[in-house]
Design a protein around this ligand. Structure first.
Ligand code: TMP
Length: 203
């Protein structure tokens, strides 16, 4: 039995968690076993890494170290939560995955998309989502919704523009594995578009 792995991606404040919750409820009603999880995080060790990497106490962290910490958290999350859930046949909904590293560290921190992707592929034994849903919204709009910004949310607007552009560029390269959702619409409309695509894939 193999499950199905869905990642939600996008900038800050674009409404990912609302859509994750709506999709999880819907799939549960349809009889699926759904596991909601997040990155960085999802295991005790990865949650500790999350606290470290997002803490404003670490302003100015070396970018390479930041990239390694996200990859380290991902490796533990995949080995101990995602792969076992896939083996059980669950549907996994993860708030962020590898494309966050490619966009935030690879593009916006200019560490190189290929290198950052290789690092995460190494850390996870090459696990990619079956479907990645990119929630797209102008950062000028979405960043206004962020309260109590963490270390990365406190980066300048140009950083968030680079991140948003990177997600769109990645998603456009592979329409079979990505769905871009215009997050400027109503949450009901976004939910409908997401549900239709996921049900099409699951059937
Ligand atoms: P969030 O889960 O509350 O969105 O916070 C996670 C933050 O970490 C967000 O600013 C995106 C950032 N991030 C990366 O820079 N690289 C990554 O690989 C991941 C998973 C998140």
């Amino acid at each position: 039995m193999t499950g199905y792995f869905i990642a939600f991606e996008g900038g800050e404040g674009v409404g990912k968690s609302t859509q994750e919750a709506l999709l999880a409820d819907y799939l549960t009603q349809q009889g699926h076993v759904v596991l909601r999880t997040r990155e960085p995080g999802g295991t005790p060790a990865a949650e500790q890494i999350r606290d470290t990497v997002l803490s404003r106490a670490h302003e100015g962290m070396n970018p390479q170290s930041e990239a390694l910490l996200f990859a380290a958290a991902r490796g533990d999350h995949v080995a101990r939560v995602v792969r076992p859930a896939l083996a059980r046949g669950d549907v996994i909904i993860s708030d962020r995955y590898i494309d966050s590293s490619i966009s935030y560290q690879g593009y916006a921190r200019a560490l190189g998309a290929d290198r950052i992707k290789d690092l995460s592929m190494w850390a996870t034994g090459g696990l990619l989502p079956d479907l990645t849903i990119v929630m797209a919204l102008d950062p000028e709009v979405s960043m206004k919704r962020v309260v109590n910004p963490d270390r990365l949310e406190s980066e300048p607007m140009q950083y968030h523009r680079d991140v948003a552009d990177a997600f769109l560029e990645i998603a456009a390269q592979d329409p079979n594995r990505y769905l871009i959702v215009d997050a400027a619409g109503t949450k009901e409309e976004s939910a409908r578009v997401i549900r239709e695509r996921v049900m099409q894939e699951l059937n």
